[in-house]
Write a protein that binds this ligand. Structure first.
Ligand SMILES: Cc1ncc(COP(=O)(O)O)c(C=O)c1O
Length: 385
């Protein structure tokens, strides 16, 4: 069957491939331990579920939602930004409800990028930045995230002639997959760089609530000048164990938000308002719940780090996210190692090469399985090392 050329510009989505290999192994009776996907194993807390149940019974939520999200949800997001980051946002013009951050991240490329335009994307990276650029006909320029630069991009290495044709600089801290974090000094440099070359900065702050060893992730919107050129993506998926609910939001510069709105008006019809009602509950009353989740992941991080160390893997202790990015044994590729691990132990890890060229030689594990399964996974790994 004929298809649009643009589809050839995006490779098969990494996690769809991983899901397929898990299904195949399970069909053969393998007890798979999935350390690949960052999908919280613990349930959405009852106070959020109860609000949803109540909302479901109310007929006012049964119609089409408002396109940009109900003002109450956007106000809750603005209040959260004020409380958490000290950033003032106008909920009417500077906040937009999304069907999960992934949806908004993909659509921002369609709103801003013309065929042949460049985007600056981290490498390794959450695959949507590069793939969505490809789908628009744009050209992703990978910014290597190297361990010697604390996994931060070096803007001075980007060719100047390319910057005139660059539309978006995409950042993601706390970083998936490396677990690196960025401070306000870095964001200030990014914003100054973007203002100089008239580039929009998008920061994906999906993991803002999961940082370790005393570090607290800032928002890019805190820095001087950011509101002139930046938006930030946020999700309720990770902070409140709500990956299946599909709700997030974009916040920042009103003009960029208005372009994303226009794109979305022609594609989707908003987030089910009952889910937004539950989202308000999460944003207004979820701080204590997040602290509890932080403690859960902190413990698992200790367990996994100790066992990775025992198994002889090289890695840096992540300062953010619920992932650990580790080097595969010498002589093996990321994919070779992850395939072999699944075959021999039933443990699935995400191959770093799926996150970009500079991810080769690494794999990522996620701390979103119970302590018991995490220990079991490493017992199996140790048995073949
Ligand atoms: C860096 C990053 N951004 C965005 C998302 C997607 O979040 P959502 O569930 O809100 O679409 C993920 C999910 O894994 C992620 O790792």
């Amino acid at each position: 069957m004929k298809h649009a050329r643009r589809l050839d510009n995006a490779p098969p989505y990494l996690f769809v491939e991983i899901e397929d290999s898990i299904k195949k192994a399970q069909a053969q009776g393998v007890d798979v331990i999935n350390l690949a996907i960052g999908d919280p194993d613990l349930p959405t807390p009852p106070f959020i579920i109860n609000r949803m149940v109540e909302a479901l019974k109310d007929q006012k939520y049964h119609c089409y939602p408002e396109y940009d999200g109900c003002i109450e949800f956007r106000t809750a997001a603005a209040n959260y930004y004020k409380r958490r980051f000290g950033v003032e946002l106008d909920p009417e013009t500077e906040v937009l409800t999304l069907l999960g951050a992934k949806e908004g991240i993909a659509h921002i490329f369609f709103a801003l990028v013309n065929e042949g335009d460049f985007t600056l994307v981290p490498d390794p990276q959450y695959p949507v930045y590069k793939n969505a650029t490809g789908l628009t006909g744009g050209v992703p320029y990978p910014m290597p995230l190297l361990s010697e630069n604390a996994f931060l991009p070096d803007f001075s290495r980007i060719p100047k002639e390319l910057l005139k044709r660059t539309k978006i600089l995409f950042l993601n801290y706390p970083n998936n997959p490396t677990g690196a974090v960025a401070d306000l000094g870095f964001y200030q440099k990014a914003v100054e760089f973007a203002l100089e070359y008239d580039i929009v900065v998008c920061n994906d702050n999906a993991y803002s609530e999961f940082t370790w060893d005393g570090f607290r992730a800032p928002s890019i919107l805190e820095v001087k000048g950011a509101m002139r050129t930046s938006i930030e993506f946020h999700t309720l998926s990770k902070s409140y164990n709500m990956t299946g609910w599909r709700i997030g939001y974009a916040a920042g510069n009103a003009e960029i938000i208005s372009k994303l709105k226009k794109m979305k008006h022609n594609i989707d019809s908003g987030v089910f308002t009952a889910i937004q009602a539950a989202g308000i509950e999460a944003l207004d009353n979820g701080d204590e719940f997040i602290s509890g989740m932080r403690a859960v992941y902190a413990l698992r991080r200790e367990i996994a780090a100790k066992m990775l160390h025992e198994a002889g893997f090289e890695f840096e202790m992540p300062r953010g996210t619920f992932y650990i990015w580790f080097k595969v044994p010498d002589g093996l590729t990321s994919k070779g190692f992850s395939d072999e691990l699944l075959k021999k132990t039933g443990v699935v890890v995400a191959p770093g090469s799926g996150y970009g060229e500079y991810g080769e030689g690494f794999c990522r594990i996620s701390l979103t399985v119970s302590d018991v399964r995490l220990r079991e996974a490493f017992t199996r790994i140790l048995s073949i090392r």
